[in-house]
Structures are given as structure tokens and as C-alpha cells.
Design a protein around this ligand. Structure first.
Ligand code: FE
Ligand code: FE
Ligand code: ZN
Length: 293
């Protein structure tokens, strides 16, 4: 099982910190942002730390081809400005310098443009960015606000018109919120195959959802605690056709108050345990509290 979670990438420890955090959760892969997800300020990569991280990964059988980087979610390729293009080019260089092969990208939001203009900008801007050694994975979106990439058809249109190969990252919370029924995942996957092609699928973001199908909200929930439910998520995670694809948790940190202080703790160690045991843990919050206190 290739499973892991979103982990941090800190200034002083960079990739070494990320790998060690992932191993602490019992992960066999991980995902990280090269800085804060919500801004584009980035530190130079420390190659010594990268080398050290590679050794730790090798020792623990983490394949770099299963590790994914996530681009900051504020860059908007659907807009007309060149900043997103310049930033994405730089980001791809950073990803390559870190020895990584895949970058997950939110396609963009049309904001005041029409859907068609937004998609055209995404295509033009990805063509301006150009081919690199890093495979860009377009993420399926919830359709919150004016987000593009909320249907398989929109993703397909981008892939067909960009002049180099692209992959796809399927986010379970997002497709639920976008209107795909995960009670019938086989049908959803067949549809994905028919419209986009399964060969493009390179990563699955495994998240439960706080909201009902087709609500276009994009609020992630802990595994088994949302509207998708534990059994449906297990079916997806263990699906034969997704066997060799990395599964990444982006579920919310759990807020626990002790001594009148409110602290946030990562749920990943316990969610990964649930998944590997295929057994829902209704005491998740308590287990997290006891572990981290
Ligand atoms: Fe994302
Ligand atoms: Fe996601
Ligand atoms: Zn999301």
C-alpha cells in the first residue's frame, strides 16, 4: 500500500524534516509544499539536506516516484497575468532540484472571465511554462467559487490542448463535492477512464468530506467522519485499478484543548492505521489526544 499524508517542509530541515515526519506516521510516501501553501515566498533549496533525505528514503524504501509536491494554491493559471507562469517555471526547477518527479497543481479559477476563457488561459499558460522533467498533475476540483477542473471533461480539455504530457490527481472530497457519487466508485472510475483515460491518473488525495455530494464546498473531513464514509474510502484505497498509485491524506488537523490551551494535532498516524487495518476507529480524537499529550 502506497500511502502517506501531506507533511510540512520547514526552513531549517527541509526534505529531511518532511521524510522524518512521514515515517513517524507509518507512511510509505508523502506530499509536501516547497514553502507555505498559501503564499509564493520560497527559500533556496539546501542540497545537503536533500541528499540526507534521499538516504533516509532509500533506507526506508520510499520511492521518489511516489512522492508528490503540491504547488501553492494561490497561483491562478486561468488569469491573464504572467506571474503564475513565472512562478510555476521556478517551482518546477525547485521540484527537480529536490529530486522529485511530480507536481500537483490546481488548474485555476476563472474569477470574472467565462469558463471557456479561463480554460483557454490555463492551456496557453501551461504551454508557456513548457515541458520539464517534472510531470504536472492537474487536480480534480470541488467547483468552489469559479474553480475550473471540476468535471472530468474540463480536465480532459486542458490535457488535450497542452503540447506536452500531463497527469491527473483525483481528490475524493473534491469529486464528491463536484457531484460524482462515490457510493458507485466503479462507475466514477469507468467514467474517468472513458473521458480522461486511467493512464493519466498518478495520485489520489484521500479525504472524507464535510459536505454532501454536489455542494461545491471543498471542506475536508477525517477518514470515516464525513459524508463519503469509511467503507467507500476503503473501497477506493484498495481498488485493484489504483493499486500502484500513491494515496495521500489531506484530512484536517484535530483541535484538542488541554490546560485551557487549544492545540492542533495531525491525525495521519491514526488514519493510516485505520486504513491498514480496514477498521474504522471511532475513538480517533481520543487516540490522538493520548498520543500527543
Ligand atoms: Fe490540492
Ligand atoms: Fe487535494
Ligand atoms: Zn481540497
Amino acid at each position: 500500500m502506497i500511502i502517506g499524508s501531506h507533511v510540512s517542509f520547514k526552513k531549517d530541515t527541509q526534505l529531511v524534516g518532511s521524510v522524518n515526519e512521514a515515517l513517524g506516521y507509518g507512511s510509505t510516501t508523502f506530499m509536501f509544499y516547497t514553502g507555505a501553501p498559501q503564499n509564493t515566498s520560497r527559500q533556496p533549496i539546501n542540497d545537503d539536506l536533500t541528499k540526507e533525505a534521499m538516504e533516509i528514503m532509500k533506507k526506508n524504501n520510499i520511492d521518489i516516484n511516489n512522492v508528490v509536491v503540491h504547488a501553492p494554491y494561490i497561483i491562478n493559471l486561468a488569469s491573464n497575468n504572467d506571474f503564475a507562469v513565472t512562478f510555476l517555471k521556478e517551482e518546477l526547477k525547485r521540484v527537480e532540484q529536490l529530486g522529485m518527479t511530480k507536481l500537483v497543481l490546481h488548474p485555476g479559477s476563472s474569477v470574472k472571465l467565462s469558463k471557456e476563457e479561463g480554460i483557454k488561459n490555463i492551456i496557453d499558460n501551461l504551454n508557456k511554462v513548457g515541458k520539464s522533467n517534472v510531470l504536472i498533475l492537474l487536480e480534480t476540483m470541488a467547483g468552489k467559487g469559479t474553480e475550473l477542473g471540476k468535471t472530468f471533461e474540463e480536465i480532459k480539455e486542458i490535457i488535450d490542448n497542452v503540447d506536452y504530457p500531463l497527469g491527473v490527481c483525483l481528490d475524493t472530497c473534491h469529486i464528491n463535492d463536484a457531484g460524482y457519487d462515490l457510493n458507485n466508485f466503479d462507475e466514477v472510475l469507468d467514467l474517468f477512464d472513458k473521458i480522461i483515460g486511467l493512464k493519466h491518473l498518478k495520485c489520489v488525495h484521500v479525504n472524507d468530506s464535510k459536505n454532501l455530494i454536489n455542494t461545491h464546498k471543498d471542506r475536508h473531513e477525517n477518514i470515516g467522519y464525513g459524508t463519503i464514509g469509511f467503507d467507500n474510502l476503503i473501497k477506493i484505497i484498495y481498488h485493484e485499478k489504483l493499486k500502484n498509485i500513491p494515496k495521500i491524506l489531506e484530512t484536517p488537523y484535530v483541535s484538542i484543548s488541554d490546560d485551557s490551551k487549544e492545540r492542533m494535532y495531525p491525525p495521519y498516524k491514526f488514519e493510516i492505521e485505520m486504513i491498514l487495518n480496514k477498521k474504522f476507529n471511532k475513538n480517533l480524537i481520543n487516540d490522538i489526544r493520548n498520543y500527543y499529550k
